[in-house]
Design a binder for this molecule. Structure first.
Ligand SMILES: C[S@@+](CC[C@H](N)C(=O)[O-])C[C@H]1O[C@@H](n2cnc3c(N)ncnc32)[C@H](O)[C@@H]1O
Length: 354
């Protein structure tokens, strides 16, 4: 049984004492329990000339289940690429980590890859305070306990969770240096999640983490995995919006909007989903569009109309090559110091240091 504890933003005081409770402690570090106030983000996104809604809509409990199902589909190549790299290079990756450190995993999901990395660190007798961050409470509640169980015989490895967004985590670090044990921290960001942001959003966020660590007077680095697949045939099969588990994952944002607004305006018959590949930026971009005009009330007086065929952007999966990853890193004050790749050089784990 895991325990969720709230922490104040100005100190790391736990409101519940975890020593009396079993299972990993999960700190609630959210500034807004409404998670970024998704409703107002949706409304403001629909009111822009180029309409967009937050990709966070994909990541509720059902969304995470959909994602896990998608990663089991044979066309979803990124997972096997990551596993290949981790299986062949885990000892080298662990060797690059400090002897004593904290790891904060950004968007931990089902923690499958975490276990490989922590095992390699345990084998090298490294001391690690591991924090799993996710917006999804169910990701933390369902998966963290099993990880703690797996490492219960390794006293040098401690495991806990952080419930919140990436931005909440930046604030938490600036305000809670004591919680991170004043040890160097590695931000583990796998599953190509970095490239769910635009390149400038990713470098701004990484710069935000660097700045927060500097305020907390701790050294930091990133271990980021990024997909560099440029094979359009493969991408088309993996990100198929028309059928299979990719379709279910991609269309889930529509269900979430319906739920948020207690409406059925975003129903499956009226809305379609399409995916485009931006060859210049190396990014897969996904959009919703209605097959008829849809008018959506935005407050007591106003409304917004999404016209037939008009695109609403909701999801990006960048396929950044090493040069692009290097630029993102440089713009946030880091440099690529090591890269571990799969045999086909389609996927990479990048170790980014200041
Ligand atoms: C692509 S999945 C990757 C999961 C896992 N790291 C893996 O490699 O399988 C993205 C994960 O990040 C979480 N996530 C998405 N946006 C987030 C945000 N802004 N803040 C915190 N977590 C986020 C999702 O809930 C999900 O678990």
């Amino acid at each position: 049984m895991s325990t969720i504890c709230a922490v104040t933003q100005s100190s790391s005081a736990l409101l519940l004492d975890p020593r009396h409770l079993r299972g990993p402690v999960i700190r609630d570090i959210r500034k807004s329990v409404e998670l970024l106030d998704l409703r107002s983000c949706v409304l403001s996104g629909l009111s822009q000339p180029r309409k967009a809604i937050p990709s966070l809509l994909l990541w509720d409990e059902q969304g995470l289940e959909n994602f896990n199902e998608w990663t089991r589909c044979p066309h979803y190549y990124p997972k096997s690429k990551e596993i290949e790299i981790l299986e062949t290079c885990n000892d080298k990756i662990a060797a690059a980590m400090p002897h004593k450190s904290s790891i904060v995993e950004l968007g931990c999901g089902n923690l499958h890859k975490t276990s490989v990395i922590l095992s390699a660190l345990a084998k090298q007798k490294k001391e690690v305070h591991y924090y799993a961050l996710d917006v999804s409470q169910s990701a933390l509640l369902n998966n963290l306990q099993a990880l703690q169980e797996e490492f219960k015989c390794f006293p040098k490895i401690s495991i806990s969770g952080l419930l919140g967004t990436y931005d909440d985590c930046v604030d938490w670090i600036s305000n809670n240096d004591a919680t991170l044990h004043a040890l160097p921290v590695t931000f583990l960001w796998v599953g190509n999640s970095v490239a769910n942001l635009s390149k400038s959003e990713a470098s701004n966020l990484m710069a935000g983490f660097r700045q927060a660590c500097s305020v907390a007077r701790i050294d930091c680095r990133f271990l980021v995995s990024a997909d560099a697949c440029a094979d359009e045939g493969k991408l088309t099969k993996a990100y198929n919006p028309e059928s299979g588990s990719s379709r279910t994952f991609l269309r889930h944002g529509l269900n979430h909007v319906n739920r948020l607004f207690n409406t059925d305006l975003f129903d499956g018959a009226t809305w379609n989903c399409t995916v485009e590949y931006d060859r210049e930026e190396n990014e897969v971009l996904a959009f919703y569009f209605p097959v008829i005009d849809v008018t959506f009330p935005i407050d007591d007086t106003g409304s917004v109309t999404v016209h037939q065929g008009e695109h609403i952007f909701f999801f990006r999966s960048g396929k950044w090559n090493q040069e692009q990853m290097g630029t993102v890193a440089r713009q946030s004050g880091f440099q690529v110091s090591r890269v571990w790749r799969d045999l086909d050089e389609e996927y990479g784990f990048y170790f980014l240091t200041p």
